[in-house]
Write a protein that binds this ligand. Structure first.
Ligand code: GCW
Length: 736
């Protein structure tokens, strides 16, 4: 580990040898060096470590820091030690001595359970049981009568997480001397899903290109890979699927596996395992077989051999994520077999090596005319209990597709004998790309807190996925990444909060989104409450704002074709009915909305009876899901006393007003942050305001052709006519 002194001494030696004239030149040269040699704004994410004045550190121990006992025996522990020193040195501007054995001068110990003395081990035995494999303990303890700050864990990864937590607490200006934190993750798999293609384009990616430079791998290790791993480890993410679920079999060839192995080597010391998407037809495409039938002996052998090769190259390989028989991807059904046949065949191949299969439930058929919202449930629920133990089923948060708002997916709670992984989208495919500020943990929280009633009251979605409701063996959450080569990683600086917040909720799905916003803002911008309080409010309202200006009252999938950028509620000419927005809103002279009650598609019956009853009656359906479940007349009277048309229009207007308020809040925040930080978000909020108005105008003008009613007072009149909005085309919208 290099300390700052390692660099200072050689420099002093060089300076000593210089003649006075050369020294003058050197000083002039240093003075004119551009000062922006620092890290560019946004690159450090929530991991920037600004200097803290020593006297304001809320810890007696650290103010008198002189040595730390930290025995780093494994690569993960070495990472942890490096991270601790990096943070402490930057924040405290003191070079702390790190020792491999305890010493009377220690003020801090960072030690794995097995390296603790008997007495402490015994004293903390209950805590060690509670934190599990990856958790940590941060605690003030007495050693030989002297107070010491202790970070400890059962295993090395817990230490790394504990170190990040400790640095975070320091940055949050928490009092550090009486800490007693005993914490472990509630989910096993805390995963990012990259929809990254081998040509470096990113499906639904709005932050540049893929981070993975396949061309230069395996030899060339971009330092960003390390920074990516640090960022993920700091929020507890322990798994990454490198490639798009719309998969390319080439990644399973030896040449690519060597590249994957190089990435796995980089991520391993940060506790992150690598997974790949497996194209079901790979045995045909790269294996020379003439079938990929999961019951064919040659196919079974091919996958077994493939698994063997992968594990020889990447001993801790995580496993496969599979999108099969969905949106044109090949799968077992191509051979008359089932999802269970396909998933279990791959599970069997990975099982000897401890690998897992994550099989996606995002399926809807090109030929089945039943409501798309019902199809995944109908197809998968009968398979409950039929998947192998190392096969997990990954379910999107809602039954359609990552809309600004959907009710939770009815599969959650309906498959007690199957491990269900929650799939959230962090990238904002349907929520304004990387131009709109939308704080997604609000959405995630709503889904996780939703009551399923599957095992009485308090059977929330969070309890389904953390395994506590049905005692599942493996648990997990997946987030479709919003990360790319942009300097600030995510395009919009506030989209970093979605990556951060996703990680925090994957660690603990019971955290509140308000707390996450508070943490993230403090870690990224400032601890000043004059900045924090209003900006937190701006974040909290941002999700409801996007729902209002895009798809209020339970409307969904009104986005334009293909790229999903901007409104296209009029689109009705795509080859598959369920790709058309008109399929979802069903606006006509009578009214608007999708009847999913028994008089319609009866999708409501896929929920527990308590919910189905609620959803079947428009009067008891929560207003935010009204048009998801009902087709209602334009003059249907809502609880607010207004008719549906007026409420719809006023909601669209409200969304626009909310963005105006967000912009207003941001303008007030100007004095607390740098000009660059301020301008960046201000410009983006201006785009968001322009686009919120576009959404409002386009949707209202279009729906007005059916309602034939005037816009109510308070709704701004559109500046253009419907034809204008219909004529807008975006052939190069990103992420498509
Ligand atoms: O939301 C849709 C996207 C597709 C995506 C698909 C999926 C990867 O529009 O781009 O494909 O979902 O989740 O498989």
């Amino acid at each position: 580990m290099n300390s700052k002194l390692d660099y200072v001494f050689p420099c002093l030696k060089i300076i000593n040898c210089l003649s006075p004239l050369k020294l003058v030149y050197l000083i002039i040269f240093l003075a004119i060096l551009p000062t922006n040699a620092q890290t560019p704004v946004g690159y450090n994410l929530w991991l920037g470590y600004p200097q803290i004045k020593k006297q304001t550190v809320r810890s007696e121990y650290l103010r008198t820091t002189n040595s730390i006992f930290f025995r780093a025996k494994t690569p993960v522990l070495q990472t942890a030690r490096k991270e601790l020193l990096r943070g402490l040195e930057a924040m405290l501007d003191t070079v702390s001595g790190v020792l491999d054995s305890p010493n009377a001068m220690n003020t801090m110990w960072v030690v794995e359970k097995n390296d603790l003395n008997q007495e402490l081990r015994r004293k903390l035995i209950g805590d060690f049981e509670r934190i599990g494999k990856e958790g940590f303990i941060i605690k003030s303890v007495l050693v030989n009568g002297k107070g010491i700050l202790l970070i400890t864990a059962n295993e090395d990864l817990g230490i790394l997480y504990g170190v990040f937590k400790f640095l975070q607490l320091m940055k949050l200006q928490k009092k550090l001397d009486e800490l007693n934190i005993i914490e472990g993750p509630k989910l096993d798999l805390r995963m990012l899903n990259h929809w990254d293609n081998l040509d470096r384009t990113v499906e639904r990616g709005y932050a540049g290109f893929s981070l993975w430079n396949w061309q230069k791998l395996p030899e060339y290790i971009d330092p960003r890979y390390i920074d990516y791993a640090r960022a993920n480890a700091s929020i507890g993410i322990n798994a990454t699927v490198l490639t798009n679920v719309n998969a390319n079999a080439l990644v399973l060839t030896r040449a690519y596996l060597e590249k994957v192995a190089a990435l796995a080597d980089v991520f391993r010391p940060y506790g992150i395992k690598v997974y790949l998407t497996a194209r079901f037809s790979a045995p045909v495409e790269i294996g020379g077989l003439n079938t990929a039938d999961p019951l064919n002996e040659d196919v079974i052998e091919w996958w077994k051999d493939k698994a063997k090769v992968i594990y020889q190259m990447i001993p801790d390989f995580g496993g496969f994520l599979v999108k099969a028989n969905s949106e044109g991807q090949p799968g077992p059904q191509n051979y008359g077999r089932t999802h269970v046949d396909g998933a279990n065949m791959l599970g069997t191949a990975l099982q000897p090596f401890g690998g897992i299969v994550i099989w996606r439930a995002f399926v809807y058929s090109a030929t089945d005319a039943t409501d798309r919202a019902k199809q995944a449930f109908a197809e998968f629920v009968p398979y409950d209990g039929k998947f192998l133990d190392n096969v997990l089923v990954q379910v999107k948060n809602g039954p359609i597709d990552f809309q600004p708002r959907e009710p939770f997916h009815p599969m959650f709670g309906a498959m007690p004998n199957t491990s269900l992984v929650m799939e959230f989208q962090i990238t904002q495919e349907y929520l304004g790309f990387s131009s709109h500020l939308v704080f997604l943990p609000k959405l995630y929280e709503e889904v996780l807190d939703a009551e399923t009633y599957r095992k009485g009251n308090n059977s929330t979605v969070a309890k389904v996925i953390d395994g506590s409701l049905f005692n599942n063996k493996i648990t997990g959450m997946a987030g479709v990444a919003n990360i790319g080569t942009d300097i600030n990683w995510t395009g919009h600086p506030f989209a970093q909060a979605n990556w951060y917040g996703y990680g925090r909720l994957a660690w603990n799905p019971y955290l509140s989104s308000d707390m996450i916003a508070d943490e993230w803002l403090r870690l990224t911008y400032s601890n000043d409450s004059r900045f924090l309080d209003p900006v937190k409010e701006m974040m909290a309202s941002s999700r409801e704002a996007v729902v209002n200006y895009m798809t209020p009252l339970g409307l969904h999938h009104l986005m334009a074709t293909g790229h999903h950028y901007g409104p296209g509620p009029w689109v009705n000419d795509l080859s598959r009915p369920e790709w058309n927005p008109t399929y979802y809103h069903k606006a006509d002279k009578f009214g608007i909305g999708f009847d999913r009650t028994p008089s319609g598609s009866n999708a409501s019956s896929q929920y527990a009876p308590e919910l189905a009853k609620l959803f079947n009656n428009p009067d008891s359906t929560p207003e935010e899901y009204l048009l998801w479940f009902h087709h209602l007349p334009w003059d249907y009277r809502l609880k607010n006393g207004e008719i549906l048309w007026d409420t719809l229009a006023l909601n669209y207007q409200k969304g626009v007003d909310q963005v105006k308020e967000m912009l207003g809040i941001w303008k007030q925040a100007k004095m607390y942050i740098s000009e660059e930080q301020y301008n960046e978000v201000k410009m983006l909020l201006e785009i968001q305001l322009k686009e919120a108005k576009w959404w409002r105008n386009a949707c209202l003008l279009y729906f007005q052709t059916f309602s034939e009613r005037k816009l109510p007072t308070g709704v701004e009149l559109p500046g253009e006519n419907l034809e204008y909005y219909k004529s807008l085309k975006f052939p190069y919208a990103p992420g498509n």
